[in-house]
Design a protein around this ligand. Structure first.
Ligand code: B1M
Length: 207
């Protein structure tokens, strides 16, 4: 049944995922088991396929929608079971930038990998990232930018996070970004795509 959940997720069949999650719960499987071996395992497979250009953005978006539908069923039970997320990620598109498709995919993949996501949306000021990171005791701040004119905002966020003494890493990404630029502005993490972002967040939080 867990394999069936993965397959339904990969095909983006939201109603099917919901139905199978209900069936799995009724058959006595734990919410954590369904999450880890069904939904997250499915998203991991999708991440690999996305990286290998076997699926593209539309497939990722419908799969993520199916994932969210399954998650909505499991969330109250997970809280009851006392399952802790792997960490809290504050994510947003930087100030002046309205592009959010890539950021949303990164957020969905991280959610799929078991992180709590605090999504601040678009046009996010450095102060807002810092306030949200403090309020949610975030483990990492994730920045997206699509414009060469807005990527320069990332340096301000890195400095604001450091200045606030939060002691947490910042990961950046978006089409115009590079690892060199991350090094230049002293951001601890960089990822070129959503699947790599999941790996990079895992690497940064394991340090
Ligand atoms: Co805009 N736009 N846009 N646009 N737009 C680009 C980015 C552009 C390259 C188009 C072009 O000229 N060829 C160009 C930027 C040029 C530059 O700066 N070098 C551009 C421009 C100029 C503009 C405007 C200035 C146009 C104008 O008004 N004159 C304007 C700016 C508005 C603003 O932000 N202030 C503008 C507006 C818009 C729309 C609103 C119309 C729309 C955005 C809608 C939305 O996002 N809700 C839009 C779109 C759709 C695009 C293109 C066509 C597509 C972007 C996209 O969604 N890609 C884009 C051209 C292109 O890329 N082909 C373009 C798909 C998405 C999945 O990829 O976002 O790269 P991406 O995300 C990837 C990775 O980058 C990475 O993972 C994602 C998944 O693999 N990633 C991360 C992203 N964030 C990450 C964070 C991470 C890690 C990885 O860690 C935290």
């Amino acid at each position: 049944m867990l394999k069936q959940i993965q397959e339904a997720l990969l095909s983006g069949k939201k109603d099917e995922v919901e139905k199978l999650v209900d069936q799995a719960l009724a058959s006595g499987l734990s919410a954590a088991g369904i999450l880890n071996q069904g939904l997250i395992a499915g998203m991991e497979r999708l991440g690999i396929m996305f990286k290998n250009n076997e699926v593209f953005i539309p497939e990722v978006l419908v799969a993520a929608r199916a994932m969210n539908a399954g998650m909505a069923k499991l969330e109250p039970l997970l809280i009851k079971e006392g399952i802790q997320p792997k960490g809290a990620v504050v994510i947003g598109t930087v100030k002046g930038d309205l592009h959010d498709i890539g950021k949303n995919i990164v957020a969905m993949m991280l959610k799929g990998a078991g992180y709590k996501i605090i999504d601040l949306g678009i046009d996010v000021s450095p102060e807002k990232y810092v306030a949200a990171a403090k309020e949610n005791r975030a483990n990492i701040v994730a920045l997206s930018a699509l414009l060469t004119t807005t990527m320069v905002q990332m340096k301000n966020v890195v400095e604001a996070v450091k200045g606030a003494g939060l002691g947490i890493p910042v990961i950046i990404g978006g089409a115009p970004l590079t690892r060199d630029y991350a090094d230049q502005i002293k951001a601890q993490g960089y990822a070129p795509d959503a699947a790599s972002a999941v790996e990079e967040v895992g690497r940064l939080l394991a340090r």
